[in-house]
Design a binder for this molecule. Structure first.
Ligand code: HEM
Length: 507
């Protein structure tokens, strides 16, 4: 009896203590490397409790970026004051401001508030190029410096070729899509998908956009002009882009603009709204993928998965049996699956070029990548145009002038070459409201950070704080203001590129 009581008490006290010690030890990782970090808490590390969040998860990263930048600035401010006081005592008998100007001769200190920028520059020079964090217990490295962004995404890409999100190829085949996978699997699938994103293919899709645009115009006309009803713009654009993407993907007309409860729409929405535990599952999967795979955890709800898999299987079967072809995304994948003459390294170990599971996963990726991104980008653009009537007038004028010059016909070439201001307006909305506030990568082999003593160990999660950088006063003056002029050709040339073309290339 005593033995069992002892055993029970030891476990009762011992287990929590062991868990506490485990977290404490794990949370010493960056301290052991002697690099700056925000104090983590048990068990979430530097994350907010995903079940009791007060802000969106990726906004938290933006806040941390801003906080870290402020720390840089405040450290520099102290230095600045010390320098200025010393200079004023030793070198000039003038005011504080004069002394400061000796240290920063080119900086109009008070006039334009540019000393703030100078502080941040000094911070960069001092080596605050990164911020170290924890996702639960997993070491996470936030890049704070643009050169390092380029290293991770492009120059030294071979060290960071994993994306990070949880993949469970067997239990949740849809998770193994081009967005989530990394390494050689990503390269292999990405090469196969490239023909879907050529300019010719996009040009083919363009007429579809125009046709669906007419349906949208009619919808606005009936609802807002004739019936004077308010329109919930995000929901309407979600439906417009969903119809468009499904048409370009499967040649299906889903009619979700007319019928909000269309089956594709109800299931499609659930890919993103995974319920209360979605974030917890996502983070847990990100942090402890092997454990989650052993538990058979899935990110995409089973009934949503089954709906997409069954629909895609039906389409493939129908096309093959009836020998029907479409000019769409799925046709490209069907042709690929049937084409035995592809390069040898395109074959999988089992001899297949593309399994049905892989085909379905890429279809889901196309759907996810296409509709939410586009509808969010356009919603935020319209939001800013509503708040800035002068900018709205200028875009309208540009559209009217360009359309008048082209016989009121809108073509792919016109959009690409003549609607310059409209493009600036969208680019600026994407700066303020980027579709992905953070991009993630995982370090796949130990990487020595250039010009520093720090080595990023294999397995460390890398965060690129896209929104933090976009809203950083060091790169954009008055960063919270909506100003499409930032994306004029002249302004773009004058700026160090934040996101060089190679960022999206990944290899
Ligand atoms: C305003 C609209 C869009 C924005 C802002 C956007 C943004 C992005 C970003 C930032 C990435 C890179 C993610 C990363 O590297 O981790 C990405 C990847 C991707 N996007 Fe988009 N996207 C948009 C529209 C679309 C559309 C309409 C499609 C297709 C129908 C699409 C298909 C893809 C695909 C397949 C990838 C993965 C490419 C790869 O792994 O190399 N996107 N997108």
């Amino acid at each position: 009896m005593d033995f069992y009581l002892c055993f029970f008490i030891t476990n009762l006290l011992g287990l929590p203590l062991a868990i506490y010690a485990f977290f404490k030890w794990k949370h010493q990782y960056w301290k052991r490397k002697n690099v700056p970090t925000f104090e983590p808490s048990i068990p979430f590390g530097n994350l907010e409790n995903p079940l009791a969040r007060t802000i969106a998860m990726d906004e938290r990263y933006t806040d941390m970026y801003v906080e870290a930048k402020k720390k840089v600035a405040s450290r520099c401010l102290i230095l600045f004051i010390v320098y200025a006081v010393l200079a004023s005592c030793l070198r000039v008998k003038g005011s504080f401001q004069e002394a400061a100007l000796i240290i920063f001769p080119s900086t109009p200190i008070k006039k334009h508030g540019r000393w703030n920028e100078k502080m941040a520059e000094m911070g960069q020079e001092e080596g605050w190029k990164h911020l170290e964090l924890y996702m639960f217990t997993r070491p996470t490295y936030m890049v704070m410096d643009l050169d390092m962004v380029r290293n991770v995404m492009s120059r030294d890409f071979q060290y960071f070729e994993e994306r990070g999100p949880y993949i469970n190829e067997k239990g949740d085949p849809m998770s193994a899509n081009v967005f989530f996978i990394g390494g050689h699997k990503w390269k292999n699938i990405r090469t196969k998908l490239t023909p879907a994103f050529t300019p010719v293919k996009l040009k083919n899709n363009f007429q579809m956009m125009v046709d669906y645009g007419k349906v949208l115009e009619k919808y606005f006309e009936e609802k807002a002009v004739q019936n004077r009803q308010p329109i919930e713009i995000k929901d309407t654009l979600d439906r417009y882009f969903m119809d468009l993407i499904l048409c370009s993907e499967f040649s299906i007309n889903c009619h979700s603009l007319d019928n909000p409860s269309a089956e594709f729409r109800t299931h499609g929405k659930q890919v993103f709204n995974g319920g209360k535990f979605k974030n917890l599952r996502f983070l847990f999967g990100f942090t402890y993928p092997n454990f989650c795979r052993a538990l058979g955890m899935r990110l995409i709800p089973k009934h949503v998965n089954d709906f997409f898999v069954n629909t895609i299987t039906e389409i493939v079967k129908y096309r093959q049996e009836k020998n029907v072809r479409g000019k769409d995304f799925i046709q490209l994948l069907i042709d690929l699956r049937n084409n035995k003459a592809v390069p040898k390294d395109w074959h999988r170990e089992d001899g297949e070029i593309l399994t049905m599971g892989e085909l379905s996963a890429q279809c889901l990726a196309y759907f996810m990548a296409g509709y939410e991104t586009s509808s969010s980008a356009l919603t935020f653009t319209l939001f800013e145009l509503a708040r800035n009537p002068d900018i709205q007038k200028r875009v309208r004028k540009e559209l009217e002038t360009v359309l008048a010059a082209h016989n009121h016909e809108i073509t792919y070439e016109v959009v690409l070459t003549d609607l310059k201001y409209a493009k600036q307006v969208i680019d600026e909305a994407l700066r303020l409201y980027p579709v992905s506030s953070v991009l993630t990568r995982v370090c796949v082999k130990d990487y020595r950070v250039p010009e520093s003593d720090l080595t990023i160990d294999k397995g460390t999660v890398i965060l690129i704080p896209v929104k933090g950088i976009h809203k950083d006063g060091q790169y954009y003056e008055k960063p919270d203001e909506y100003d499409p002029e930032r994306f004029s050709d002249v302004a773009k040339q004058a700026r160090k590129p934040l996101c060089p073309p190679s960022v999206r290339r990944r290899a």
